[in-house]
Write a protein that binds this ligand. Structure first.
Ligand code: HEM
Length: 418
């Protein structure tokens, strides 16, 4: 892939774009541009949580106390080459430990999870502990279904770190952050398809789109953390890590991961409707009428307040207002005691030159995801399947993938028979 030209771009923005480009040339360009940048802290593999998805303790918070995802993300697919055995298991574990030595367990270093698809379990002759992905709603049509064996989710606040970590795993960077890799995934896995990337953070959607030369509607606020313009991930609407952790069986301590890749029609979202309608469709009609949200969600602190009355009113709103909000609808699928079942770690993407979201979530079972996604689809409501039905008119599902996120102790080529 050709590297973007630097002349037209700021150095900072250019570095961030390189994550989407990927590969050793992008990494070399990154290193050349940031020699002597602030030192990245190294890490200690002996001091990590038992659950791979347990990131919350090290994430930063915003001023309201909501956890902030790391800014830069890569979803690296891998295909298994040959049959796993004890030697390959050891090599894979050594690779992950080397990476953990190279980088602190934090957004300043790198956070990662290693996730296994149903195809992996079938390849090793075991019955998959998670279902194969399938379209979940009647409007999805012909979507792609992830079929790589493994998907590694890498995340960091530093574009260089996330790129370098990827290259280190693939055996193309022997000394990430100056620390020697004792092994790499080479010969056990080959890079798969599609590699996906993205970002999240205040101001990043506008900044990254500018860098990419992608024309976004002017209505998208400069400070918006997400491409559709609103803050997301309020603490009260996120599952606690314990709620998404598998609590018995061979993968106890693990989780499941679903990735729904979506394309966005931002022109229609921003130009067809006004702010009032955008708030109503994203949150609820009441949020729009009572002006509860503000420009990008700054009036909300740790909760949208949809759970309870507003979620319970969804079917009535469909009948009387002819419109319901996305958050209102999705909150109908919370547990009876009000606990949200999904831990959302979704991020924006400009992969392929168009605006989208890689909606990544952890949950205890894929059935939990399906339950929430069906509530979001709102096919039970007296509304059209897309129009005025939350944000469904503006989002287009392109692919889905289901994965097991084993506990850290089983992250290297897991098998029930080990
Ligand atoms: C373009 C894609 C999407 C955007 C921009 C988006 C945005 C938002 C926003 C702004 C909120 C309200 C703030 C918050 O509670 O964090 C929200 C809530 C939520 N969204 Fe989405 N979302 C998207 C896709 C999805 C998908 C695919 C799901 C999967 C089921 C989903 C599930 C949820 C859930 C569970 C909530 C919280 C509801 C509750 O309060 O219990 N979202 N989303």
């Amino acid at each position: 892939m050709t590297l973007p030209s630097i002349d037209a771009h700021t150095r900072r923005g250019y570095l961030k774009r390189l994550v989407a480009v990927g590969g050793t040339a992008a990494l070399a360009a990154c290193v050349e541009l940031s020699p002597g940048d602030e030192a990245v802290p190294t890490g200690d593999p002996t001091n990590r949580p038992a659950s791979q998805h347990a990131w919350n303790d090290v994430l930063r918070s915003d001023a309201d106390g909501n956890l902030l995802a790391p800014e830069h993300h890569i979803l690296l697919p891998l295909e298994l080459e040959g049959e796993p055995d004890e030697r390959s298991r050891e090599q894979v574990e050594q690779t992950f430990r080397s990476l953990e030595r190279a980088y602190e367990f934090s957004p300043d270093g790198v956070l990662f999870t290693v996730n296994y698809s149903p195809a992996y379990f079938e390849a090793i002759g075991e019955s998959p502990p998670i279902p194969r992905p399938e379209p979940l709603t009647s409007i999805e049509g012909n979507i792609d279904l992830d079929d790589a064996d493994v998907l590694i989710h890498l995340a960091s606040d530093s574009p260089q770190v996330v790129l370098e970590a990827e290259e280190a795993l693939l055996g193309n960077e022997p000394e990430p952050n100056g620390v020697e890799m004792e092994a790499a995934l080479t010969d056990i896995f080959a890079p798969g398809d599609p590699r996906r990337t993205g970002f999240v953070g205040e101001g990043l959607p506008v900044e990254m789109a500018r860098e990419e030369g992608i024309d976004l509607p002017e209505e998208l606020h400069e400070d918006a953390p997400f491409l559709m313009g609103f803050r997301s991930g309020f603490a009260e609407a996120q599952a606690p890590e314990s709620r998404v952790t598998i609590d018995d069986g061979p993968y106890e301590g693990g989780s499941t991961m679903h990735i729904e890749s979506l394309e966005l029609n931002l022109r229609q979202w921003f130009e067809q409707d006004d702010h009032f309608l955008r708030v109503a469709q994203m949150f609820s009609p009441e949020h729009a009428q009572e002006e509860l949200v503000g420009e990008i969600g700054e009036r909300l602190d740790q909760s949208t307040g949809v759970f309870g009355d507003i979620a319970d009113r969804t079917a009535d709103d469909a009948r009387t207002e002819g419109l319901v909000g996305h958050a209102q609808k999705a909150a109908r699928a919370r547990d009876e005691d009000g606990t949200p079942p999904l831990l959302r770690r979704d991020f924006n993407t400009l992969d392929g030159g168009s605006a989208g979201v890689h909606f990544l979530s952890h949950q205890r079972t894929i059935a939990d995801f399906v339950r929430v996604r069906e509530a979001m689809a709102g096919e039970d409501l007296s509304l059209g399947r897309r129009l005025n039905n939350g944000i469904l008119q503006y989002i287009f599902v392109r692919s889905r993938g289901n994965y097991l996120t084993p506990p850290r102790s089983l992250r290297a080529l897991p098998t029930e028979s080990a």
